[in-house]
Design a protein around this ligand. Structure first.
Ligand code: ZN
Length: 242
């Protein structure tokens, strides 16, 4: 199977369209979205509906939960909170129900998906360093866990001696004796100082993970953020990739 796994679209339609076009050339069998479909940019409805059409494996992010009234917005910074409140006003009852229907964790024998971390996924903690990774590795029933949330792509690798390393070289060939936590980065708001949209391809037959980047029309995303009256910082940061 070839999986197209992506996260943190954040209502950025031009970025999502660029990634879906790139996936068409990857012969993807199944898509998976690790949450934060909405929040920040100006096209929440279009992003929800495009992702729904993929019939992907889905887990919820903190922005999805907040826009579906499942998470209090006091946990968000003022700019994120303003975008969530704006997004909530755009969404239909049906679109909100869709966001509400997403689980926090997906798990099968091949891999796990969670937006933040496996210990209390409802708290949406960040998995940034080796200590966070260690806790997550201990809770993994499969050898691979895909995450999002930090918007920074990278892979934590645990060897048979429980040593953990961090790699950002792709494609990555998987060893059956190791475990992996793969942050697929962000489609719609990358924060690793690379403004290109980030997406992952996992080939489970060949045991290879690739994280790729694609250019998209940043100006178009920015213009729609300005036109919607959303905070201008949300447009400016897209060009800087942070
Ligand atoms: Zn996010």
């Amino acid at each position: 199977m070839r999986y197209g796994i992506f996260s943190d679209v954040h209502s950025n339609l031009p970025a999502l369209e660029a990634v879906l076009t790139a996936y068409q050339e990857e012969r993807i069998d199944r898509h998976a979205c690790i949450g934060d479909i909405v929040g920040y940019a100006a096209n929440p409805r279009e992003c929800i509906n495009k992702i729904r059409d993929l019939k992907p494996i889905l887990v919820a992010g903190n922005h999805d939960w907040a826009c579906a009234d499942l998470l209090n917005t006091r946990y968000f910074n003022p700019i994120a909170k303003e975008a969530i409140e704006w997004t909530e006003m755009q969404l239909s009852h049906d679109e909100k129900s869709f966001l509400k229907s997403m689980d926090l964790v997906f798990s099968d024998s091949n891999f796990i998906l969670v937006h933040g971390t496996l210990d209390s996924p409802e708290d949406f903690d960040y998995l940034f360093d080796q200590l966070d990774a260690q806790i997550n590795f201990e809770l993994m029933a499969a050898d691979i866990c895909f995450v999002g949330h930090t918007h920074i792509p990278g892979v934590f690798v645990q060897d048979i001696n429980n040593r953990i390393s961090y790699v950002q070289d792709y494609p990555l060939s998987l060893s059956p004796r190791k475990k992996y936590i793969v942050n697929v980065g962000s489609v719609g708001q990358p924060r690793d100082r690379n403004p290109m949209a980030s997406y992952c391809v996992f080939d489970s037959d060949r045991s290879v993970i690739d994280i790729k980047r694609v250019n998209y029309d940043i100006k178009q995303a920015q213009d729609s953020i300005f036109a919607a009256g959303l905070p201008s910082f949300l447009a400016e940061r897209l060009a800087a990739g942070k």
